[in-house]
Design a protein around this ligand. Structure first.
Ligand SMILES: [Zn+2]
Ligand SMILES: [Zn+2]
Length: 238
């Protein structure tokens, strides 16, 4: 299996609960041989995250650091009712948006409604490129429905390396990913493999996610971020 060339889900000091700067993360990405680093701070709803003006000033950041292309995203919360937690006028400043459920600002609505709320967020902004960690039984998903929504909206689904670590709070991620990957193959929905790093040491670290994908015998052509051209085309940044 090819190594990843991009990590599109990472956090910095600006998120309030991560510990590196953009430069430290970029340096770590360069050391790991990545071509692209996505900086994806949390949208409103996570305590301590940056305020929306952070996203409006991203043009201040160099487009390349340590030879690594820097893309700016935001991991925006899926809210009850299927709304995104960041207003579209701020999403407009981003290279891409991630939508994801976080239990800290979302009360479980049951499998069907959690999934519908996530699909409504795919529809809410044309910048949403993937769904972060749809893998947690605290807010369970209907994978068949989720994959059909992703297919219809041109959105990818993430396999999140942090969810698979022993210290993760997420429940039953491994088994949920097996179900998700099966549906991704059925509906030809691409997946993206990310670290969700909250420290520079974790940037580009996706070993657990890749070994799970490998053990599933998953069709590698559906992995977006092992191929720069495929990734940038999907992100409409080519
Ligand atoms: Zn997250
Ligand atoms: Zn994250």
């Amino acid at each position: 299996m090819s190594p990843i060339i991009a990590d599109l889900h990472t956090h910095t000091l600006a998120s309030g609960h991560a510990y590196g700067t953009i430069r430290e993360n970029a340096q770590a990405a360069a050391e790991k041989g990545l071509h692209i680093l996505g900086v994806s701070e949390h949208g409103p709803g996570i305590p301590g995250t940056c305020s929306p003006i952070y996203f409006a000033n991203l043009s201040a950041v160099p487009k390349e650091l340590y030879g690594v292309r820097i893309l700016h995203g935001s991991e925006i919360n899926v809210l009850e009712g299927g709304r995104l937690s960041l207003e579209e006028r701020y999403i407009g400043y981003l290279d891409y948006a991630i939508a994801g459920v976080h239990s800290i600002c979302y009360a479980n609505q049951g499998k069907k409604e959690n999934t519908m709320n996530t699909i409504r967020c795919m529809e809410a902004s044309s910048k949403v490129r993937f769904i972060s960690h749809p893998d947690d039984d605290r807010t369970p998903m209907d994978y068949d429905l989720l994959c059909r929504g992703a297919r219809d909206n041109g959105v990818a689904l993430e396999v999140n390396n942090s969810s698979l670590s022993a210290s993760s709070f997420r429940v039953n991620a491994r088994e949920n990913y097996r179900m998700m990957l099966e549906c991704c193959e059925k509906y030809r929905v691409p997946v993206i493999v990310n670290s969700d790093a909250h420290d520079p040491s974790a940037v580009g670290r996706v070993d657990d996610a890749l070994s799970l994908i490998r053990s599933h015998g998953f069709d590698e052509r559906l992995i977006l971020n092992t191929d720069e051209k495929k990734l940038l085309e999907f992100f409409r940044l080519a």
